[in-house]
Ligand binder design. Structure first.
Ligand SMILES: [Zn+2]
Ligand SMILES: [Zn+2]
Length: 263
């Protein structure tokens, strides 16, 4: 991915910055909360009843389903390449590579130490549009830093549990982990975060199999600006500002590990 900057630079306008956690911003998934809660309405549901969820979800960009700001959602959820010269898998890989290069230190800090494994979610995705297919193993394998640690240890689990995920309810039995992953620090990479039921259930399954920490890195966090005032405010601000790979939601300040040239 030597040309991650060149691939992504013409498309900065389709990316939307993710705010750090804080008043009105969910501490897990970074969308807007309603009222006095630290967690948004969906995270309050998707963290219940699991062995152990992850507190660390790092979206590269926000997106919406319709109107201005929907381009990223369209790229992530469509099987075909969009019109024009943009190719879907290389674009997602370049986006991931550029963000990871700039924020590897942030992600490592959240994990409590260097990652020992990178993994992706298998396609159990009943709550996603039917046209979605799962490109993430291919995407991860195009990113040198991630390919090195990539191990596809997650498999679909019980069908009944997958139906719970389809209803946006978490259920760690929806995933099986191949073997033990004792002591692993796992970077769980996915393309689209909607409710978090998949990511949180997979995180819990990984913890049950022995993982020490799980950090979820997702390319797009779908938000619903009309859900509440805080989400409307977050989306309005993200849409008004130019996206920069120099910033992330892991803290309020620009990171010290500046994006360097790719090559
Ligand atoms: Zn949330
Ligand atoms: Zn960062």
């Amino acid at each position: 991915m030597g040309d991650a900057r060149a691939v992504t630079e013409p498309y900065l306008q389709i990316l939307r910055e993710v705010p750090p956690a804080g008043p009105g911003v969910c501490r897990i998934c970074h969308t807007g909360t309603d009222g006095p809660f630290e967690l948004c309405a969906t995270c309050r549901i998707t963290t219940q009843g699991l062995h152990r969820h992850t507190e660390h979800v790092v979206p590269v960009s926000l997106c919406v389903r319709d109107g201005d700001g929907a381009q990223l959602h369209a790229i992530v959820t469509r099987r075909r390449d969009p019109p024009g010269s943009l190719r879907r898998v290389p674009f997602l890989a370049a986006t991931l590579a550029r963000f990871h290069q700039a924020h590897a230190a942030c992600l490592t800090r959240l994990a409590g130490g260097p990652f020992t494994m990178v993994t992706t979610l298998p396609g159990t995705s009943l709550d996603r549009p039917v046209e979605v297919f799962a490109p993430m193993p291919r995407v991860v394998d195009l990113v040198g830093d991630l390919r090195r640690l990539h191990r596809p240890v997650l498999l679909p689990g019980s069908a009944a549990a997958a139906e719970n995920l389809a209803r946006r309810r978490p259920d760690e039995r929806a995933f099986q982990v191949m073997g033990r992953v004792d002591g692993a620090r796992v970077l769980l990479v996915d393309d689209l975060f909607v409710s978090g039921a998949h990511v949180q259930s997979a995180a819990s399954a990984l913890h049950l199999a022995g993982a020490r920490s799980v950090v979820a890195l997702v390319i797009a966090r779908l938000v619903f600006p009309r859900a509440n005032g805080n989400t409307a405010r977050i989306w309005g601000r993200a849409s008004a500002e130019r996206f920069s790979f120099d910033r992330c939601c892991c803290s309020g300040a620009p990171t010290v590990d500046r994006a360097t040239d790719f090559g």
